[in-house]
Design a protein around this ligand. Structure first.
Ligand code: GUN
Length: 294
């Protein structure tokens, strides 16, 4: 039997409806949440992602401003802009879209955004709080979105074998840390697999919950999935497609058509994790605005 699909768009819409009430409450107290986006260069995927985030902010009543800097921008120029955004009291959140051009150190940039405005959850203070299970920090949006998807889909993580494919700082590592925290909606036994892992398939076949976040198109095949497992696809990969007008198409890290026949529950892609990343960014921004007056 084909797996049930997790409707990420519907779950994200439900979260946005909940946030709308919080935005309205803030406005009665004279505060409109404000978020600054910073994009450096013309990476096509980053343009699309930032565009979607701007639109979601406008729909919820968050004021956003976008700063687009040229590809050749120096690190010092970007840090100077961040100093201004940090000092602007109307801005509760700042998001610098990754990847950045090679002359700019991402870790320096992420450490420069004030932790209380770091709605991306990339500042070392917020990364540390995540590791410590301290809920006062901001969680990075994609891992937080996956946790929320699992919780709102009724997936039992307590004691579950979870395999995370990918060890990146944006998804794999923080997601693994969230899943193994002691507490409701977590408490899982987590294995991280990466490019040096021997026999990934054996690990995958043990997973009650398999999360693909390594950025390899359709890496997870049907014979790597335990029948009935929950499969979450975080990947976004552009691949050649002779049938499309643009000559390319987007696919996830999961070979969806085949895996859907084996899994019990699966995220479609698009329409699974992507909308949740945006919902979590909105949630972090609303919380940053609330923190600014509480
Ligand atoms: N690039 C890919 N994912 C993200 C994200 O969640 N935040 C930022 N800032 N850049 C990204």
């Amino acid at each position: 039997m084909a797996a049930k699909r997790i409707d990420g768009r519907a779950i994200a819409a439900q979260i946005q409806a909940e946030l709308a009430a919080r935005v309205a409450a803030l406005k009665t107290r004279g505060v409109t949440p404000g978020l600054a986006f910073v994009r450096v260069g013309e990476d096509p995927a980053s343009k699309v992602y930032v565009g979607r985030k701007e639109k979601a902010c406008a729909e919820l009543g968050i004021i956003s401003e976008t700063h687009v800097l040229p590809e050749k921008t120096s690190e010092a120029e970007l840090l100077a802009l961040l100093a201004k955004l940090n000092a602007n009291v109307r801005l509760h959140g700042i998001l610098v879209q990754a990847p950045l051009p090679k002359q700019i150190s991402e870790s320096t940039v992420f450490s420069t955004v004030l932790p209380q405005k770091d709605v991306d959850g990339f500042h070392p203070v917020n990364v540390g709080k995540l590791m410590l299970g301290d809920a006062t920090g901001f969680r990075p949006c994609t891992p937080a979105g996956v946790m929320e998807l699992l919780a709102r889909s009724g997936v039992k993580t307590d004691g579950a074998e979870v395999v995370v494919l990918g060890r990146g700082n944006i998804v794999g590592k923080p997601l693994a840390a969230l899943l193994c925290q002691k507490g409701k909606g977590a408490n899982a036994t987590v294995t991280i697999c990466h490019s040096a892992t021997r026999d990934i398939k054996t690990h995958c076949l043990r997973a009650d919950i398999l999360i693909a976040a390594m950025g390899v198109a359709e890496f997870v095949k049907a014979d790597m999935v335990k029948p009935g497992a929950v499969v979450i696809d975080v990947g976004v990969n552009r691949v050649p497609d002779a049938n499309s007008k643009t000559g390319t198409k987007l696919v996830g890290d999961v070979a969806f058509a085949a895996v859907e026949k084996v899994a019990g529950l699966i995220t479609p892609n698009p329409g699974g994790v992507g909308p949740m990343t945006i919902a979590m960014l909105l949630q972090n921004t609303v919380r940053a605005a609330e923190n600014s007056i509480n």
